[in-house]
Design a protein around this ligand. Structure first.
Ligand code: CDP
Length: 793
């Protein structure tokens, strides 16, 4: 496979007629401030909705008095949980078959939970009126520490669930416990490490919101909302609210970042719908930053123990892990239903093991619900972090170079497709060249020599490595569904008479550049320039059904659909061309953009000629319908398994314990690359996210369950100031089952970078006797670690 390394933008202005570096078609709109987000929407007569939230983490709701709020001159409607309960709408299903309160009726179960809402003439009046609602609470002991959630005297959070007498959500296991135990028993070396992946938040730039507009005359509800999955949301609204599905239109306009945060259906969306149904007016609800951080889907929050068994000469034999998963007050995990722990099953990493076993217990706590896949294909981030940390711990134990240890244990190219010990089938991979390229770009050996010299001078420098394999592109539908909806994606392509085209997708971009890359996919197949192909998405009335964008599934699933629908159009174009050129189909050769008669270079028709013929006057070949269009629903055969090798260099200030990421090398392999510039942008963003998680971000709580991270002053997200100039490279190992060989890449860097950074920090601190420190590695945590104290949980 061809390798490459690119550190700077070059040839940006090329206009490839297919795959290649091409400026984003959507950017002129965004750089001119002409993006159209939910909050930009202004409809005639529109009202504004604000939500009253619980100040307590756990309390009985004794009474809610709305009299004063209702008397506010600008208030049109005040709704409480009791009122929703009368309509059977107080509870809604979560994505994991639990239920969640739309508005609290009996109890509040996390700080920030929705208690009542006000609809008023403007946003200010709505917010003012919240203060006029008088709620009497009877505070209850909260369950905050996941480690004590199952103790017999812990208060029961979910007493709304019949017969529920504890805070247990589920137990899950994968792999072979006995076989793993046998391997551990005979291993020369066993290393065990407690590892926490703290609760973090996707924190998209644009918070969540919706505008609901119910038209009582034609009975149609239009909902503009910040959703990553408009079709799935529409179907669920239809099922839950009993509205006919064809009378619901969900529009997801420009979205200012999703990262998994915009997958769930939030109470606010439902409140906006109820508000519009009851007032007969359009109703807008838009969260503020604090509401987004304290009440919407969090990510991670896994307390893990990792164990690894190996031979003395560095052959990894088995990994085993126990996980305690904090699911918050309602199980809002976003994952295909068969996989309660998402794709955590890939914790076996990129290594050829003899055995593996994982057991997990999930519990309720008095914290916001979630467990969304934050820039991650359903818990892969946690899995990769676990295995890449314990492999590093093992390297230390064996006194072996961490790159060398990984290289010795990689799944070999000839072993693909490779079935892991937990049953996942990795489609393709060629790991060693990717690792070698990362080493080469980093100048790895020179870095180790430099580290030695610096250490001798009392400086604190670390080099960290991670290697990951992701599983992205859920379905296939036989294995994967969300609440019964199979994970496949539709696509429609229509070529207009003049040869311009429109492609309609079921996935929805949140900034990943789909308007460009999907046009490029079609361009590559048909030879119509990408500038001539309009991409339509994010509107259920305009696009075919499909499950949406998350878990880097757009390119693996919908991208495949776009390529195949274009091939279907090309097959029809071939029939029309045979009529136009008066030869049999077998005599035609396709050369991007035109059919030629074999052996007669002058006889050819372009795709544009064919499009006009398809719509024009005169006969078409026998049995061929007019028009040039096709549609498809693509059900992937397997997930795609991108991989990557990351190397991070950090310096730690001995006086302040501040970590600086000096260099970061990322070599990604996502198979066929559609737009290398967009891929680099995705990687840069993900790496920046990784710096945030490794060094800065945590949603923390005090012992009463007050969320301590409700603003961007307290929840630190990285900026350009905290990150180095990224050094990126790539290898190409195509997916064997994807029609163009592409694998997903949108989340690779978020998955792969935290372990590289933490491994670098721990490497830097090894002279202090440190083997592990938990994220986020803030100056205070690093300082504690340097003084030989454990990092706080
Ligand atoms: O589902 P999501 O769009 O978040 O992730 P993705 O499928 O990994 O794609 C992210 C962006 O990178 C899209 O614009 C893709 O088309 C582009 N991409 C690419 O150019 N080549 C690939 N092999 C994978 C993704």
């Amino acid at each position: 496979a061809a390798g490459g390394h690119r550190t700077a933008f070059v040839d940006n202005d090329t206009k490839p007629n297919g795959h290649g570096r091409m400026l984003r078609k959507e950017d002129p709109r965004f750089v001119r401030g002409r993006g159209r987000y939910v909050d930009d929407l202004q409809l005639p007569g529109m009202l504004h909705l604000a939500i009253l939230r619980s100040p307590f983490a756990h309390a009985r709701v004794v009474s809610v008095d709305t009299t004063l709020a209702e008397a506010h001159p600008k208030v049109r409607l005040v709704v409480t949980g009791a009122m929703l309960a009368e309509k059977g709408l107080a509870w809604m299903p979560t994505l994991s078959n639990d239920v969640q309160a739309v508005l609290a009726t009996d109890k509040v179960r996390f700080q920030g939970q929705e208690v009542a809402f006000v609809v008023a003439e403007d946003r200010y009046a709505a917010r003012d009126a919240l203060e006029l609602i008088d709620v009497e609470y009877e505070p209850l002991d909260p369950v905050i520490d996941v480690r004590t959630a199952l103790s017999p005297d812990a208060p029961v959070i979910r007493d709304d669930l019949e017969g529920k007498a504890d805070n247990h959500v589920f137990d899950w296991e994968t792999g072979d416990a006995a076989a793993t135990e046998a391997v551990f028993a005979r291993a020369d070396v066993v290393v065990s490490q407690d590892i926490v992946y703290p609760r973090v938040h996707p924190a998209p730039m644009e918070t969540c919101g919706a505008v609901a507009d119910f038209d009582a005359v034609d009975g149609k509800l239009t909902l503009w909302s910040t959703t990553q999955a408009p079709h799935a949301h529409r179907t669920l609204y239809a099922i839950v609210a009993g509205l006919p599905e064809h009378k619901i239109r969900v529009v997801s306009p420009d979205i200012g970042g999703g990262f998994g945060n915009k997958v769930p259906i939030y109470p606010g969306y439902v409140c906006a719908i109820v508000g519009s149904l009851l007032t007969g007016k359009p109703v807008k609800w838009m969260e503020d930053r604090a509401e987004n951080l304290i009440s919407t889907g969090f990510a991670r929050d896994y307390v893990m123990r990792g164990e690894i068994a190996a031979t003395r000469d560095g052959r990894i034999l088995a990994v085993r892990t126990h996980v305690l998963a904090d699911h918050g007050a309602f199980n809002g995990v976003a994952a295909p239903v068969k996989y309660p722990a998402g794709f955590f099953g890939v914790f076996t990493g990129s290594y050829d093991l003899e055995a593996a076993y994982c057991e997990m217990t999930a519990v309720y706590t008095n914290k916001a619900p979630g467990g969304v896949a934050y820039a991650c294909s359903f818990r892969i981030t946690e899995a990769v972090y676990l295995v890449e940390r314990i492999v590093d711990c093992l390297a230390r134990e064996l006194d072996m170079d961490p790159v060398e240890l990984r290289m010795r244990n990689f799944i070999r190219p000839e072993q693909f497709p490779y079935r892991t010990r937990t049953g996942w089938v990795y489609d393709s991979g060629n790991y060693a060249p990717t690792m070698e390229l990362a080493k080469e770009i980093a100048g790895y050996d020179a870095l180790r020599a430099e580290q030695k010299e610096r250490r001798a001078r009392g400086e604190i420098m670390g080099v960290g490595v991670s290697f990951f394999t992701e599983a992205v592109g859920a379905g296939p539908r036989k294995d994967m569904d969300i609440l019964g909806l199979g994970m496949a994606d539709g696509c429609e392509l229509r070529v207009h008479p003049t040869g311009k085209a429109v492609v309609r997708l079921s996935v929805q971009t949140q900034g990943q550049g789909h308007e460009t890359t999907f046009a490029q996919i079609v361009a590559e197949e048909l030879g119509i320039p990408p500038q001539d192909i309009e991409v339509v998405h994010g509107d259920t009335d305009q696009t075919p059904f499909g499950l949406g964008t998350y878990g880097s599934r757009s390119t693996p699933v919908s991208g495949a659909a776009a390529a195949l629908v274009a091939r279907k159009v090309r097959d029809k174009a071939r029939l029309i061309a045979s009529g136009m050129l008066e030869v049999s189909v077998a005599d035609l050769e396709w050369e991007k953009g035109a059919f030629r008669v074999a052996g007669d270079p002058d006889a050819s028709v372009t795709i544009q000629d064919i499009a006009m013929k398809a719509h024009g006057a005169g006969d078409l070949p026998e049995g061929v319908e007019g028009g040039l269009e096709a549609q498809i629903c693509y059900n992937p055969e397997n997930l795609t398994y991108p991989h990557g090798a990351y190397i991070c260099v950090v310096d730690i200030d001995p006086g302040t314990a501040k970590v600086t990421v000096r260099r970061f090398v990322a070599v990604d392999d996502c198979g066929t690359r559609i737009n290398p510039m967009i891929i680099e942008g995705q990687v840069h963003g993900g790496l920046t996210d990784g710096v945030g998680m490794a060094l800065m971000e945590m949603i923390a709580f005090d012992e009463d369950g007050n969320c301590l991270s409700g603003s961007l002053m307290d929840y630190l997200i990285p900026t350009a100031l905290e990150v180095p100039d990224w050094e990126t490279g790539f290898t190409v190992t195509p997916s064997p089952h994807h029609p163009i060989g592409a694998k997903g890449v949108g989340e690779s860097a978020t998955v792969g970078s935290p372990p590289a950074i933490v491994n670098a920090v721990v490497d830097a601190l090894s002279p202090f006797g440190i083997r592990h420190a938990d994220m986020p590695l803030t100056p205070s945590r690093v300082w504690e670690a340097m003084r030989g104290r454990p990092t706080p949980p």
